[in-house]
Ligand binder design. Structure first.
Ligand code: FAQ
Length: 309
């Protein structure tokens, strides 16, 4: 069969495209772009919470936070491996990230000012990630879809630990409740921006939906997230910082206020509160790890020579 027809038929039948299958160059480029950005987000995403590991308020919280941040490293690694199945090279992807030639999620360019931020990241940021990623378990590219299944299971644990942390703080003192509200005020709007630009301005959605890479548009997922989060905020006893947020009986959804899209543009283009710091930290880790990579390569080369001998 004509390979292009085969590709189209696989998509139409809701089956998976696998690494050795023929695929259009643009499909491959799109997949590498999305998977690499996703992998970079997981790796850069270790930083905001990682800053609190040494300052966690108890041994239990430290153990939980360590496990979560390690999970994020693991997610980054599955995703880089998925990108490699498309012919991408991990070193090249890392270099593109630290040279600012590839993106990562806007959300990780905001500072974590108190330990309540760790809880809010779990609740809102992992909550948004789950909303976005559960449909990606049905994404048309096999290795990506399969990586998403495991990642989503771990993100659900992350979200619950965040919510539990916040519930504990909300049962505490007035100062602790204030800390939570302050963190919610700072993270709410950036969490909504994680879903990307509005559909009308989204460059890739139409093609990615046609190829069944994306299963829902940015605005659909953002709405789903708002609807899911409002009752959780009520149960927690925090106020979401949006005076226009209210249930719309007719639509069967919550209406919400206008997002400051100029902020998203600024943060994506490198001018967010922590962009420079995040990249500098990642660059330093890459440079300081050079000897480990060199040692591992030398070991692999030696082992190969021994095999041949
Ligand atoms: N930040 O045409 P679209 C996590 C870019 S979760 C930065 O709508 P698309 C877990 C977009 O890349 C976070 N850039 O693009 C965790 C494109 O630029 P390009 C990661 C953004 O791809 C939790 C341009 O704008 N999750 O890490 C953003 O169809 C806690 C036009 O946009 C994923 O990556 C943004 N927010 O839709 C870790 C999920 N939004 O490439 C630690 C997989 C858009 O043309 C702690 N990705 N852009 O230069 C996706 O679902 C999609 O790629 C979207 C964007 C929905 C993010």
């Amino acid at each position: 069969m004509d390979p292009e027809k085969g590709f189209e038929q696989t998509i139409e039948r809701d089956q998976r495209i696998e690494p050795r299958d023929w695929m259009p160059d643009r499909y491959r480029t799109t997949m590498v772009r999305q998977i690499a950005q996703h992998a970079h987000s997981e790796i850069i995403g270790m930083q905001p919470e990682g800053e609190w590991i040494t300052r966690a308020p108890s041994l239990r919280r430290k153990a939980i936070l360590l496990a979560k941040v390690q999970d994020e490293a693991g997610h980054g690694l599955y995703l880089y491996s998925a990108a490699e199945t498309l012919g991408a090279d991990r070193t090249d992807l890392t270099e593109k990230l630290i040279e600012g030639r590839q993106k990562y999620s806007s959300i990780f360019n905001y500072p974590t000012l108190s330990f309540a931020d760790v809880g809010v990241i779990g609740w809102l940021v992992d909550g948004a990630a789950i909303c976005n990623q559960v449909p990606l378990c049905r994404s048309s590219y096999g290795p990506y879809a399969r990586a998403m299944i495991r990642i989503c299971k771990e993100e659900s644990f992350h979200q619950r630990q965040g919510y539990e942390l916040l519930m504990t703080l909300m049962r505490g003192t007035d100062a602790q409740r204030e800390m939570v509200q302050n963190a919610v005020d700072r993270w709410w709007w950036p969490s909504l921006m994680m879903f990307g630009p509005p559909d009308a301005d989204s460059t890739h959605t139409a093609q990615s939906m046609a190829w069944k890479i994306k299963r829902h548009t940015n605005d659909e997922l953002r709405q789903r997230f708002v609807d899911m989060t409002v009752p959780q905020a009520e149960a927690l006893g925090v106020t979401l910082p949006d005076p226009d947020l209210r249930w719309n009986e007719e639509r069967g959804h919550h209406d919400f206020g206008e997002i400051d899209w100029s902020e998203l543009k600024r943060v994506i283009s490198g001018d967010g509160p922590c962009n420079a710091e995040r990249i500098a930290t990642r660059r330093a880790a890459h440079e300081e790890g050079a000897w480990v990579r060199a040692a591992a390569s030398a070991h692999a080369a030696k082992a190969k020579t021994r095999e041949v001998a």
